[in-house]
Design a protein around this ligand. Structure first.
Ligand code: FDA
Ligand code: NAD
Length: 433
């Protein structure tokens, strides 16, 4: 039997939840929309998995963080989808897609056809086994992408009380997981190859604060080397991490966060790609008629920088999904919506810290504020200046108003006359714009 829908969305993550809400706002009729997800649960706010989901006390659990609570919206429980006549196919993985024939097949042999397809398959983790790291398939080596991964990690934390954890990677997962593991009273050591953490966003000055703060919390940091092998005991459980520089670290749990890749294998050769993702226009339409791509998988025109970019963050997943659905309905009515005009927004939280970044991290930088890792109330930021204009801003421990101010500043791109003056004025400068 073939299940037939006007709209099918593949993926049950952040984009799926925000798209579903927008479909309803736009007046989708019962029976017209299906969401097909490999995961067993209705769409949820993925960022919770590396934060409150792993807290030792009162951890976040579903249904608490179904979309769209992450942006202060309505929490869409599984019943919401059935009430609205949206078919949720859970635990259903699409294993083949024929975009020309508008036909999908699932691992359990179900067939689907659609008029319009939205691809929202997100990213998959890069595994150490992908580079043939010796012993990387040992037990208690964890990755974190989906709720099942988080459940397994949570169990391991309970099982290995007061044990040793090695975190491989110094990016988002590395920093958030090190913190949450420390909160669980584990002995934590981070290892990453770069000279400082989160090099794709942080300057040396920003990173120095977080590295100092983490060290002060008792987290060991080993930089400039990588894990090249693991040894395990007779049960196949990881025991040691071997580093390229010859050091060997004891470990009961290893968490790996060495990056993600957009999950677009199903569509290879059928749709145009760019920068590792599915190439779309400003309405998230791909090169194939009636096929849209949103969230992590989309490489779209970033209007503000006149450049094609892909973004692996939740704010864009939400907004791109909503934009695509609006564009689909507008096209149906013979009208159009404005081009997507996205201002990059990234954030992270760990311990009592919370930072936000808006804009572009290119050009010269100015560090301002109190960035001493041992300060009682650290509060600092950085501006990025390109061609004499401020194009990006980072702020740790900002108030909601100050965070709004750095967003506005990064959009307005005011001239930066004197870097010394900017450093002196700090966040006050953004608040004046
Ligand atoms: P998302 O990954 O949310 O969803 C993809 C869905 O597609 C999944 O349900 C998957 O199972 C499904 N799928 C894939 N292939 C399929 C197939 N063949 N058939 C059926 N289903 C399929 N960002 C941020 O800005 N701030 C933050 O704090 C965090 N924190 C964070 C923590 C963790 C642990 C992760 C992994 C990621 C973050 N992020 C983040 C990133 C953010 O969560 C991410 O950018 C969005 O979830 C992307 O949304 P998508 O809908 O594109 O993919
Ligand atoms: P990432 O790209 O942020 O960081 C990858 C890190 O891996 C690099 O910084 C580097 O330190 C390290 N690395 C690379 N090769 C290595 C090796 N061989 N050995 C040791 N370290 C190595 O990716 P991630 O932290 O894995 O995050 C995965 C995805 O989840 C990304 O899409 C990210 O945006 C998303 N995420 C976002 C947030 C957030 O926005 N707050 C939080 C968690 C996850």
């Amino acid at each position: 039997m073939v299940h037939s829908f006007k709209y099918i969305l593949i993926g049950g993550g952040v984009s799926a939840g925000y798209a579903a809400r927008e479909f309803v706002k736009q007046g989708v009729h019962p029976g017209e929309l299906a969401i097909i997800s490999k995961e067993a649960v209705a769409p949820y706010e993925r960022p919770a998995l590396s934060k409150a989901y792993l807290f030792p006390e009162s951890p976040a659990r579903l249904p608490g963080f179904h979309t769209c609570v992450g942006s202060g919206g309505e929490r869409l429980l599984p019943e919401w989808y059935s009430e609205k006549g949206i078919q949720l196919y859970l635990s259903t993985e699409i294993v083949s897609a024929d975009l020309a024939a508008k036909f999908l097949k699932s691992a359990n042999g179900e067939h689907f056809e659609y008029h319009i397809l939205i691809i929202a398959t997100g990213s998959s983790v890069i595994r150490l086994t992908d580079f043939g790291v010796q012993g990387a398939d040992a037990k208690h080596i964890y990755y974190l992408r989906e709720i099942d991964d988080a459940d397994k990690l949570y169990e391991a934390i309970k099982q290995k009380k007061n044990g040793k954890v090695v975190i491989v990677g110094g990016g988002y997962i590395g920093l958030e997981l090190s913190a949450v593991m420390k909160l669980n009273n584990l002995d934590v050591c981070m290892v990453y190859p770069e000279p400082w953490c989160m090099p794709r966003l942080f300057t040396a000055g920003i990173a120095a604060f977080y590295e100092g703060y983490y060290a002060h919390k008792g987290i060991k940091i080993i930089k400039g080397t990588v894990a090249v092998g693991f040894t395990s005991d007779a049960n196949g459980e990881v025991k040691e991490v071997k580093l390229k520089d010859g050091r060997v670290l004891e470990s009961d749990i290893v968490v790996v966060g060495v990056g993600g890749r957009p999950l677009i294998g199903l569509f290879k050769g059928q749709v145009e790609e760019e920068k590792g993702g599915i190439k779309t226009d400003s309405f998230f339409k791909s090169s194939v008629p009636d096929v849209y791509a949103v969230g992590d998988v989309a490489t779209f025109p970033m209007k503000i920088y006149n450049e094609m970019r892909r973004v692996e963050h939740v704010d864009h997943a939400r907004k791109s999904a909503e934009h695509a659905v609006k564009a689909i309905f507008a096209a149906d009515e013979g009208t159009s919506v404005e081009e997507y005009d996205y201002l990059p927004f990234f954030y992270s939280r760990s311990f009592n810290l919370s930072w936000q970044f808006y804009g572009d991290n290119v050009g010269e930088t100015v560090l301002f504020g109190d960035s001493s890792p041992t300060s009682e109330n650290p509060k600092f930021g950085t501006y990025w200046i390109k061609d004499g204009k401020i194009v990006g801003a980072f702020l740790e421990s900002g108030t909601p108003e100050e965070n709004k101010a750095i967003a506005n500043l990064s959009r307005v791109q005011p001239p930066a006359d004197s870097l010394d003056q900017l450093a002196k004025e700090g966040i006050t400068f953004a608040c004046k714009i």
